[in-house]
Design a protein around this ligand. Structure first.
Ligand code: SF4
Ligand code: SF4
Ligand code: FES
Length: 248
């Protein structure tokens, strides 16, 4: 017989004026290889059909099942209950707008962030559908791919002290996006243009460097390295800007 798990799950429907934030308790017998996603699906099926939580791929790819699991942001579909104690407390990710219970709207936040930092290839080249694919060095393509693995789950944002205190902070996920475009030879943005986007308190200089983002990233992105590289690069650009300003 498996362990008897006790779940304490945050409940609140912001659209219902009668709803009050609270936690509900549920009990479930643990089965082999049970993930939190499986546990939640069983609770919804067998005990409370009104429980709200998000999922799509069930394989750590879509990023939609992120939640705070015993105080730490993580993906429900990638978390095995056997890695957790018998008492499991589930809360929605902070920072993002609450839809209900464990479901949050990460899409609106990510869209605004991507627009804010210009998260696409900036080029003046006209698109020619008949042209051959542009070649890129394998080593560069691999470096870009490493940073492209982000699934926009929001765990790094939820764990970030600055993002929790300041709505305007772009977060490690956006800084990682910019690091990715800086590597890309097809992006024509200059150092100064990148500086204008992230060389502020809303960007790299708002980061406190305590690296909760890297600790919780379920895709193990090298956020620590990228934040360090950007801080150095943007620091140099700030100095260059200062000296060129003094000469004029
Ligand atoms: S290192 Fe920077 S981006 Fe990462 S969690 Fe800390 S403040 Fe946020
Ligand atoms: S960087 Fe990691 S934690 Fe942050 S959104 Fe991407 S996959 Fe999730
Ligand atoms: S359901 Fe897609 S990452 Fe968990």
């Amino acid at each position: 017989m498996g362990r008897k798990l006790t779940f304490e799950i945050f409940r609140y429907n912001p659209k219902d004026p009668k709803s009050v934030p609270h936690t509900d308790g549920f009990q479930l017998e643990e089965t082999d290889s049970m993930t939190l996603f499986i546990a939640l699906a069983r609770i919804r099926e067998e005990q409370d059909p009104s429980l709200q939580f998000d999922f799509c791929c069930r394989a750590g790819i879509c990023g939609s099942c992120a939640m705070v699991i015993n105080g730490r942001p993580g993906l429900a579909c990638k978390t095995l209950t056997r890695e957790l104690p018998e008492r499991i407390i589930l809360m929605p990710l902070p920072v993002f707008k609450l839809i209900g219970d464990l479901s949050v709207d990460t899409g609106t936040w990510f869209r605004a962030m991507n627009e804010k930092v210009g998260s696409w290839i900036h080029t003046d080249k006209a698109f020619d559908p008949a042209a051959q694919e542009e070649r890129m060095e394998n080593a560069v393509a691999e470096e870009i791919y490493e940073l492209e693995r982000c699934v926009e789950c929001g765990c790094c944002v939820a764990a970030c002290g600055t993002a929790n205190m300041r709505e305007d902070f772009v977060g490690a996920v956006a800084l990682n996006r910019i690091a990715r475009f800086m590597l890309d030879p097809r992006d024509s943005r200059t150092e100064k243009e990148y500086f204008d986007v992230i060389g502020t308190d809303e960007g790299i200089f708002g980061c406190m460097g305590l690296l909760a983002c890297e600790d919780v990233c379920p895709k193990n992105l090298p956020l620590q390295d990228q934040l360090g590289i950007l801080r150095r690069k943007m620091g140099w650009t700030a100095l260059k800007n200062l000296f060129s300003f003094k000469r004029t």
